[in-house]
Design a protein around this ligand. Structure first.
Ligand code: SIN
Length: 303
């Protein structure tokens, strides 16, 4: 019998539908290997830029009810240094490199550099909710998304995913623009713009004041976004935002996701979350009599 959990993202074969979301664990070869060994079907790096970047001063992260609020400011060693770190030997699962940049031309340069060094896919971060000149500042406009994706598409052959922001009136028009411009898939969603205040000092807790909320608190928003995007595009969708159990993963898949990314839940549940989600999804498929996870992608649209 074949692997019931195997899924396909624009030609990229994953042994199972769980992926590491772009974030803190995605900067070293060792940690990415650990995530692969823990059962993830693919891993996504932390967002990388052409130049190294220091990020914001602490505090950059605070635990809040239902999740984590962060504003790190895209700290990273730069594409070249990261790729040298990874180049020692191939990872045990497909590697998708997340990229941010400040213009379509810079996205093309970053995409070309990363793909030339050998990656399995790229994820364009046009959705960080709090960084000047990049992220959602450029990713809230369908026309700018089109220009960014077209520029990157021209220079790379590897699967190109676009990670969208929920901090808009209509995420569907962003997904449609990405698809028209040649994206191979959509990642939905990045964090929800949010803040927390320390009432004793009356000050915002994060040094950047505003950050992005992740975790179970945003799951219903993310599921709704995946559901709406699925109705509008044909390219695969990767669900992201509050995947902390197999039940949450099944919700995303039934809404239309071909795979799900896990990030915040690692902080509370550890890396065993990947195996637990996979075992739970497999048990669900068996119990319901499905032969493949692909059969339930978008099922809620047909029920
Ligand atoms: C950060 O580095 O501040 C988070 C990146 C993101 O939200 O995309």
């Amino acid at each position: 019998m074949g692997n019931i959990l195997e899924t396909d993202l624009a030609g990229l074969k994953l042994d199972n539908p769980t992926m590491l979301a772009a974030g803190v664990l995605g900067l070293s070869r060792k940690s990415l290997m650990r995530v692969g060994n823990a059962g993830a079907g693919a891993v996504v790096s932390k967002s990388l830029g052409i130049e190294p970047r220091h990020g914001y001063e602490n505090p950059t992260l605070v635990q809040v009810e239902g999740g984590i609020l962060n504003a790190m400011g895209l700290p990273n060693p730069g594409i070249r240094t990261f790729m040298q770190e990874i180049a020692e030997s191939r990872l045990n699962v497909p590697l998708i490199v997340s990229l941010y940049a400040f213009s379509p031309r810079e996205f093309a340069t970053a995409a070309h550099k990363a793909s030339a060094m050998g990656v399995d896919g790229l994820e364009l971060n046009v959705s960080c909710p709090h960084t000047i000149g990049t992220g959602q500042e450029i990713g809230r406009d369908p026309e700018r998304i089109k220009n960014i994706v077209e520029s990157a598409r021209k220079v790379v052959d590897v699967p190109l995913f676009v990670k969208l922001t929920p901090n808009v009136t209509d995420i569907v028009e962003l997904a449609e623009a990405a698809e028209r411009a040649g994206a191979d898939g959509i990642t939905a969603i990045n964090t929800v713009k949010a803040m927390a205040i320390d009432i004793e000092t009356s000050k915002p807790i994060l040094s950047n004041r505003i950050g992005g909320l992740s975790g179970s608190a945003i799951r219903p928003i993310a599921v709704r976004c995946v559901y709406e995007i699925y109705q509008a595009v044909k390219i695969p969708i990767i669900g992201c935002g509050g995947v902390d159990s197999w039940q949450a993963a099944v919700q995303f898949i039934q809404a239309g996701a071909s795979a799900v990314q896990i990030g915040t839940a690692i902080a509370t549940k550890g890396l065993s979350i990947f195996r637990n989600v996979n075992e739970g999804v497999e048990g669900f498929l068996n119990r319901k009599g499905y032969g493949s996870v692909k059969e339930i992608v978008g099922l809620s649209h047909r029920s």
